[in-house]
Design a binder for this molecule. Structure first.
Ligand SMILES: O=C(O)CC1=CCC(=O)O1
Length: 98
């Protein structure tokens, strides 16, 4: 199942800088691990915002939920999830939508 996920990050300015850098490093490592597994298929920075648009290809909404809640920056994120399905006009291989 494909999901479009919008993540807006808002880290309090008074949070310890070292702690924040550790969180970001852990976030990057987990994100890249999930990308290599093919579960986090796209991540794009939204220009001018501390936010990203991501595409996840996972087995279920439950799996996506577990991934999102496991993100180190999750406590500082607003997350919006949109489930995607195949458009009848798409020429792309249907395997991408399953
Ligand atoms: O910086 C972000 O957009 C939040 C984030 C998600 C994965 C990652 O490495 O950073």
């Amino acid at each position: 199942m494909l999901f479009h996920v919008h993540m807006l990050v808002d880290i309090p300015l008074d949070l310890d800088k070292t702690y924040v850098e550790e969180l970001k490093a852990k976030e990057k490592a987990l994100s890249q691990d999930l990308q290599r597994q093919g579960k986090w298929t796209h991540i794009w920075r939204i220009a001018g915002q501390y936010a990203n648009i991501s595409i996840f290809n996972v087995a279920s909404a439950g799996e996506l939920h577990d991934i999102l809640l496991s993100l180190p920056l999750y406590p500082f994120m607003q997350v919006e999830v949109t489930a995607l399905c195949q458009h009848y006009s798409s020429v792309k291989n249907e395997e991408d939508a399953h």
